[in-house]
Ligand binder design. Structure first.
Ligand code: TRP
Length: 336
């Protein structure tokens, strides 16, 4: 057995992933899985906290996210990939943690207020939340503590949840006079440069995203809508890449240095227009996603295969998770 440190992270199954997810999260996971004992899970219980009455897409969404992960290089031979609801030990641990977590610790979690707003745009009132949604941060603590992970690779928006997890772990250890739980640390993902095509944060609800699974024509059409230098109205106006709101950022990610320099000087001298620049960019984007997209459509042909990966991973996760449950039940003093 090697002594790799453990990481865990999850995503709610909300549909097909976009480039923001890939460059902001997935690419990072793909690298981390070489260095850490890695757990990546699809957080379907968490999806239910807000989508309990819109479950008709759930199965499809689980499948889509799994395809996106596998196509991007999350490797079932390196990482444990599982579905949260197939590891019900998560729910068991959630119950135990909920007993020792003061309500006001949960209320302090700033993310919860945002969730409350999503559920009801007028109210930020936490008492209107369902019991399950209120417990979102504690459920997340259960995810993390279930495998006693050292690090949690997340974006800055999730750090408060990891802080709460540390507090809960410490409280458990104090109450039951043990040092069983580690205090997991957030492992911040570098924020992706990739904005949505309209300049806002990339998100499917803003209709400004490029999906990993979009085809080449769709990608090109979407890139055509991308914001450039707003002062450059006509093609023979001199452009300024520093004022190019979106498209030039994409070049920095998808272009080779030499071509980016060329685009830059052609823009400044007005020898290339925004339309052509976007067309060339679309080619680069499509080239760089080609492999992922090919792999995705291969995998899509064999639904049983990807289903088996999820079932196998979940089985592996259950075995580890049960060890934790056995340990903490004996620490708490439950009848065995
Ligand atoms: N809350 C996370 C999100 O919305 C998803 C998540 C659930 C998660 N449980 C987790 C992430 C545990 C890391 C670890 O993105």
């Amino acid at each position: 057995m090697d002594n790799k440190k453990r990481i865990i992270s999850g995503m709610r199954p909300t549909g097909k992933l976009h480039l923001g997810h890939y460059f902001g999260v997935l690419k990072n996971w793909v690298e981390l899985q070489n260095e850490f004992e890695s757990y990546f899970f699809i957080a379907d219980y968490h999806a239910l906290t807000t989508k309990y009455n819109q479950t008709q897409d759930m199965k499809q969404n689980v499948e889509e996210i799994l395809l996106d992960w596998l196509a991007s290089g999350i490797d079932p031979n390196k990482s444990t990939i599982y579905l949260q609801s197939l590891v019900p030990q998560t729910a068991q641990l959630h119950i135990y943690l909920s007993m020792i977590t003061p309500q006001n610790w949960v209320e302090r979690d700033p993310t919860l207020k945002d969730l409350a707003k999503i559920m009801d745009s007028k109210k930020e009132n936490l008492s209107n939340l369902s019991y399950g949604l209120f417990g979102y941060p504690v459920l997340m603590s259960a995810d993390i503590l279930l495998f006693n992970t050292h690090f949690v690779p997340v974006g800055i928006d999730q750090v408060a949840h990891v802080e709460l997890t540390r507090d809960i772990a410490r409280r458990f250890n104090n109450i039951y006079k043990t040092d069983f739980f580690l205090e997991p640390q957030p492992k911040l993902t570098k924020i992706s440069l990739l904005k949505g095509l309209d300049g806002n944060k990339m998100g499917k609800s803003f209709n400004n995203d490029i999906k990993l699974s979009d085809d080449e024509t769709t990608t090109e059409k979407k890139i055509k809508t991308g914001i450039t230098d707003r002062n450059r109205v006509r093609k023979d106006d001199f452009g300024n890449p520093d004022n190019c709101e979106v498209i030039f950022d994409y070049w920095k990610i998808f272009g080779e240095e030499k071509e980016v320099e060329e685009i830059c000087s052609c823009c400044k001298s007005a020898s290339i227009g925004c339309a052509e620049c976007k067309k060339r960019l679309a080619q680069r984007v499509n080239e760089s996603l080609c492999e992922i997209r090919q792999k995705r459509s291969e995998l899509e042909k064999d639904k049983n295969y990807i289903r088996d990966i999820l079932l196998e991973g979940s089985k592996k996760a259950r075995i580890k998770a049960q060890e934790t449950i056995d340990n903490i039940e004996s620490i708490i003093g439950m009848f065995k």
